[in-house]
Design a protein around this ligand. Structure first.
Ligand code: N01
Length: 560
């Protein structure tokens, strides 16, 4: 869609053309009949997957669950090729959806939003773009994802580096040539664990700089044959009902067994079966892995012993398994030959716990001890300013001020969907919703459906403004923190779930850990009660927002 004029008016604007934005556009345009459009920074659809093209980038959710379920027709026409979809296949899928639903006509590509201001006189959002265009709409919906604001750590001397450096979350569209080169990779989270084995095969030498050792379960990726595709097509209804009835939104059930209630032999055999099946299913073999330290320790020890056996050098094995957190308290990676990669002659591991990076210099990375690693390229697999980062970056200004200020002590909102003082704004998979603790497309569909119904309701009832009430937001924010505190999830030093990976970011557990099924029920009840907890107004003018009791919220802040 071309921007012909400097100003454009819509009923609804959606930011981002990933899973969230595409489905939201379809629902608002084709079901509610609104004049809606997407503003997208990239030149194509894909969202997270438009930017994450690093070597080995692949989804950790299994293909039969990593898709839309709102349309049986779409489901029947699409065919995945592997157990886990790779980044380019996911882009192909989203392009297929955009084409089938004829969505491109309402997408402004190459349009980076730099400011969103609510105009109180007109009750509309004014959205400004980097290229000085202005868009106006009554409804503003963010579909910017949770992991789209990249984190390049502020390491002294980066600008003096003579080679090229890359962040995995903003990978060049044409790829990067590693052939014959010495590569340094910083970061061993889900991304680094996917990237290292692929980079190692391509480059002359790979040095992995590890600050915190990590668990990883073998993914055991495999290709799909036609019979399996047919099985998946034939079981659309069952798969849809399965992903919508599990707390994680994945296409597998979480066992109700408790870890310590089975015999040692049985426990080891259950862990072993899950290890052989591979993937995120491991997390679901017992119901208490994330609530009982004792249970978690059993899983952690099992995984560590499996990892140790993969690595030939005992010193390397030690560094890779000195893990300082409970299994899955950080987002658990899954891998294809990650630990085996350290058995290659062209791969070295640097333990940053023992010898941290002191600076980057013209030729590479220098450690505190003075040891230098000469490199041609550096790959930052250093994660994201997650969840709040992408929203704050939009520079959203409500009648009472900027979101950045409102969230300076951590996100405050209602259901992860709506923020006091920011009328007619909805945040798909916002902090305070299950989002990153779930299979994202399933959470996204639930949010989009809820938002669509809410907008339809307001349209039918001629409601001008809707926003989260302060009391409801405060109660929800406390509930999110209490729910996390009942698990092992906050018991981690550096976790992006807690914002602890970003210097100066408030340490607050951001996603909702109560599970997708419970969350869906809560959202549905609130809808049935006529949007209880929300302020629905037919008037104009600034809404006076009550001050949230930050002291009360802080008492729920998490520390270890
Ligand atoms: O980022 P991370 P990621 N010096 O924050 C290290 C999703 N994802 O991009 O642990 C040295 O997890 C940091 O060390 P530490 C998934 O949800 C999904 O890997 O903080 N090291 C860590 O090792 C995932 O969780 C898929 O001590 C530094 C790493 O960088 C999320 O994306 C696939 C450092 C960052 O790990 C983010 O994963 C891949 C520094 N200054 C990823 N700063 C799917 O399947 C940071 N680190 C959908």
């Amino acid at each position: 869609m071309d921007e012909q004029t400097k100003e454009m008016h819509f009923d609804a604007l959606i930011i981002g053309a990933g899973f969230s934005g595409l489905y939201q556009l379809h629902r608002l345009r084709d079901h509610v009949g609104l004049n809606a459009a997407i503003l997208e920074q990239g030149s194509g659809v894909g969202g997270t997957w438009y930017w994450n093209r690093y070597p080995g980038a692949r989804c950790d959710s299994e293909s039969q669950g990593y898709c839309y379920f709102f349309s049986k027709k779409l489901h029947q026409e699409w065919q995945w090729s592997e157990r886990y979809p790779g980044h380019s296949e996911i882009r192909r899928y989203l392009n297929f959806v955009a084409d089938r639903l004829n969505l491109r006509t309402e997408i402004f590509f190459g349009t980076k939003v730099c400011r969103c201001t609510f105009l109180t006189q007109q009750n509309v959002w004014h959205v400004e773009t980097e290229k000085n265009k202005s868009f106006y709409a009554k409804w503003l919906i963010t579909g910017v994802g949770c992991l789209s604001s990249t984190n390049v750590p502020n390491i002294k001397g980066l600008s003096s580096f003579e080679g090229n450096w890359y962040h995995t979350g903003q990978w060049p569209r044409g790829g990067v040539n590693f052939k014959g080169q010495r590569i340094g990779q910083i970061g061993t989270g889900s991304t680094g664990i996917q990237a290292a084995p692929v980079i190692a095969k391509e480059c002359k030498h790979l040095t992995v700089f590890q600050r915190t050792a990590n668990y990883s379960i073998p993914a055991r990726n495999d290709s799909w044959d036609d019979d399996y595709t047919q099985w998946v097509r034939n079981h659309f209804k069952e798969l849809k009902s399965l992903v919508q009835s599990t707390p994680s939104g994945h296409p597998f059930r979480i066992s109700s067994n408790l870890t310590m209630e089975v015999s040692e032999n049985e426990r080891q055999s259950i862990f072993n079966d899950a290890w052989l099946k591979g993937g995120l299913r491991f997390r679901g073999v017992f119901s208490d892995l994330l609530t009982s330290s004792k249970a978690n320790q059993q899983a952690s020890e099992f995984i560590k012993s499996k990892i140790q056996r993969k690595i030939s050098n005992p010193e390397t094995a030690k560094i890779l398994t000195e893990i300082d957190h409970p299994y899955a308290a950080k987002r658990p990676p899954i891998d294809t030959n990650y630990f085996e990669t350290f058995n290659r002659d062209n791969v070295a591991l640097v333990d940053l716990k023992a010898d941290p990076i002191s600076e980057i210099f013209a030729k590479g990375i220098r450690l505190r001890s003075g040891v230098e690693h000469e490199l041609d390229k550096i790959v930052f697999a250093t994660g994201f300013d997650a969840m709040t980062g992408p929203l704050i970056k939009l520079n959203v200004v409500g009648p009472n001020g900027n979101l950045k200020n409102y969230w300076r002590d951590g996100p405050i909102n209602y259901l992860g969907l709506s923020i006091p003082g920011f009328p007619n704004l909805f945040t798909i998979t916002g902090p305070g919703s299950p989002s990153v603790l779930s299979n994202m497309p399933v959470s996204i569909e639930q949010h989009v459906d809820w938002i669509t119904k809410c907008i339809q309701y307001c349209t039918d009832k001629k409601i001008d403004l809707i926003e989260a009430g302060e009391d409801a937001a405060q109660d929800w924010t406390i509930h999110v923190r209490e729910t996390a505190n009942a698990t092992l999830l906050p018991k981690v030093k550096h976790s992006w779930y807690l914002g602890a990976n970003i210097p100066g970011k408030p340490r607050v557990f951001m996603p909702y850990a109560g599970g997708l099924v419970t969350y869906r029920q809560i959202c549905n009840t609130i809808e049935k009660k006529g949007y209880s907890g929300f302020k629905l107004l037919k008037s104009t003018g600034a809404t006076n927002i009550k001050k949230i009791d930050l002291q009360k919220l802080r008492s729920f802040a998490l520390g270890i």
